[in-house]
Design a protein around this ligand. Structure first.
Ligand code: ADP
Length: 291
């Protein structure tokens, strides 16, 4: 309820701050029911205002799926813009891949995270009414709950963000460098396949633990180059790039299928990419055959 939200707005302190991103700061809070929440406090002017905005947020708060971070509510008053989300205690996928959260992700766990996020995105594309294109799929927007179940965050938000925000590319095309679909960038025609491209980059991150751009090098290009290196061990010239914890875990069954799928997702031409529901089916199959 609004009263409840007002109460938790009085709760802000540096102590409760858990992060900051493109829109502003994120705080940990608690509703009177005891429910722990993440409160996103938009910086002045970082989001559009107005009725259109509220309508859109209302739509987003009606989207429910186990692989999507739930939006419990919002509060726009006296210049404040607050979004209240389900709290995700194990942080972002990026933090785990960078070794910052102390959570070890073995190969099987990585497959499960890929599957969960892909299911969340499939829901947005095919089952949400109206369908939602995420527009900013990336490893910092994939959060992990207490069971390390992956949930996609921030869906539908990026079209509400004002231009020239941090990390966003141009006035028209929105997304994050390193994840941005090159065809969308060229044509400005947004489709679900742009999310598929970004998701393919996340899959490459799951394989290598690396960021999409490191030292000016793009992961997509790096992996493609490595693929052309001949070898006999089935790792496609990727030995040096596969995260060592995966190599050691011995769970490399299905690896080449997962890599192949990631590379199909990052095809230059959107029509060569699979849909998110095809991605789900293939990852399900890889997990089943890995036993
Ligand atoms: P960005 O704009 O870069 O996507 P956000 O503003 O969404 O960043 O989030 C900033 C940080 O706050 C995240 O990196 C994460 O650590 C934390 N965070 C965001 N949402 C949640 C949530 N629902 N539960 C727990 N932590 C969150």
């Amino acid at each position: 309820s609004l009263d409840e939200l007002k109460k938790c707005t009085n709760n802000f302190s540096e102590r409760n701050e858990i992060g900051s991103g493109g829109y502003g700061k994120v705080y940990r809070g608690m509703l009177s029911s005891g429910q722990v929440v993440a409160i996103k406090r938009a910086q002045q002017g970082s989001m559009q205002g107005g009725q259109e905005f509220k309508t859109e947020i209302e739509l987003l708060s009606r989207v429910h799926h186990r692989n999507l971070v739930g939006l419990f509510g919002f509060c726009f008053e006296s210049g404040e813009q607050l979004l209240i989300y389900e709290f995700m205690p194990n942080g972002t996928l990026r933090e785990s891949l960078s070794g910052k959260s102390g959570i070890h992700l073995d190969w099987r766990r990585r497959l499960r995270i890929a599957l969960g996020s892909a299911r969340g995105l499939t829901y947005l594309h095919e089952l949400a009414d109206p369908p939602i294109i995420h527009r900013d799929v990336k490893s910092t927007n994939i959060l992990l709950d207490e069971n390390l179940t992956a949930k996609v965050a921030d869906f539908g938000l990026s079209k509400l963000v004002s231009d020239s925000q941090k990390g966003h590319v141009s006035t028209q095309v929105k997304g994050t460098l390193g994840y941005l679909d090159p065809e969308y960038y060229m044509t400005k025609q947004l489709t679900e396949k742009s999310d598929v491209y970004s998701f393919g980059v996340v899959m490459l991150e799951l394989i290598t633990s690396r960021q999409p751009i490191e030292k000016g090098k793009y992961i997509v290009r790096e992996v493609r180059t490595a693929m052309n290196t001949n070898d006999d061990d089935g790792l496609c010239g990727l030995q040096d790039r596969i995260d060592s914890s995966i190599r050691d875990s011995g769970y490399l069954v299905g690896f080449s299928r997962f890599l192949d799928l990631a590379l199909r997702c990052v095809e230059e031409s959107a029509s060569d990419r699979p849909t998110m529901s095809e991605v789900v089916k293939i990852i399900e199959n890889i997990l089943q055959n890995d036993g």
